[in-house]
Design a protein around this ligand. Sequence first.
Ligand code: NOJ
Length: 530
Amino acid sequence: MQTHWWRDAAIYQIYVRSFADSNGDGEGDLNGIRENLPALAELGVDAIWLTPFYVSPLADGGYDVADYRDVDPRFGTLEDFDALLASAHELGLRVIIDVVPNHSSSAHEWFREAVAAEPGSPARARYIFRDGKGPDGQEPPNNWQSIFGGPAWTRLKRPDGTPEQWYLHLFDSEQPDFDWTNPEVHEEFDGVLRFWLDRGVDGFRIDVAHGMVKEQSLPDIVEGTEAGMLDGSNVLPYFDQDGVHEIYRRWRSLADSYDGDRALVAEAWVEDSSRIARYLRPDELHQAFNFEYLTAPWEAGRLREVIDSSLAANGAVGATTTWVLSNHDVTRHVTRFGGGEQGLRRAHAATLLMLALPGSVYLYQGEELGLPEVVDLPEDALQDPTWLRSGGTDRGRDGCRVPLPWKRDGASFGFCPENARPWLPVPESWGELSREAQRGTEGSTLELYTRALRLRRELDALGDGSMTWLSAPTGVLFFEREPGIGCAVNLTGETVELPASGEVLISSGPVTADGKNLSLPSDTAVWLRA
Ligand code: NOJ
């Protein structure tokens, strides 16, 4: 049967700035990625997703794009991008890239033109400018708050200092929101998508995919209902509006006009799974990140609930389900699951669980090394806009963006050439977590990922398909993938005995099995073949 590559792919997220620095400026770059692609092929992933590498002041790590059709000199050149894409394809790795359509950088040519133009002008109509409320328009047009803290509106000043209109930014003040009621914005993004599709990318991860369309009257929200990062629990006039679906129908037909099975993936913080499934109708996007799964606690009942509801909702529209534990916006899961040895043990079990579920998985760089969140970065090193916008009360997301350790030794453990200083300090203890230290080391996180990904590829039962729950004590997740591959995960806090015949294919920790019964310690997962 012909299938689409993304339906069962393991996709590895590269946070470009923190992956590998080839030129010694302290920041990762495209050549650093290209040089290290063989390590990712060896790991056994099917595709990579690159976070934004476009021209940007990096006010929000590159999610503030000043030119959608060029590479920031810090990260390389368009030629470097082409070379990276060609090398990835030679190794059999697909490449998806980020598209950031909700907002641009304030350094984007369009925004500069808008600021220089008059209220009501066509240049202003590409963004959301409004007069303020109250005497002299001193108050913002409504009470929306930025996801990063503080008001979602900033007031412009004329060169002589006279205040004038306000503009909307759901994120940082350097990230003005586009006005998607303007056809020019649609045309511009058609062009951006084509630019990269023509170069040969295999798809796009769509940033804030639920955010582009705002309720026309821009109504106030009920105080206290504003969304946080990845939080889709409230109905808001700026998220998940019906109009976004028209954009995706247009993008889908554009993607379908290209050969090569290009994929569109939504970053949409929308609850619950039935709302997410609306983005995955047959004429819209192919996949969406499963943030309900990412945010589920390490608790059997809740995990089972999310697994069931995700599969049901996605299945109803014929879409594949995705599974994800970490990304560049959230605390790394080793730390979320309790940190230390317990966090790592749970993280290993969670990985085997995720890789056994039907659908595709997103892995975040460094999770294959078991990296924890860095919680003690010096304050003067913090760069996430959240830190300043929250008045220093929220340290933001830098702790999950610390550069990767490649080697056991050296000042940055191989992230940069010697003598260069990484943009965020790499903890001294990370030499032992480096790829070099873990490669070929029995019991290491890297070996677990490598073996599990290889097995997942080899076993027809894994990846796309269905699953059946098997009976098990409360607190144990036990299911079968056809034909005859089982996965059991113990979240009870104690060792459990399961009647399970068959061979142990892989386990996240020591288990004992005699062909009839399985003794499964707490926070441990196992794959079995009947
Ligand atoms: C989601 C991205 O993942 C995050 O890093 C960024 O800050 C926001 N979108 C705004 O673009």
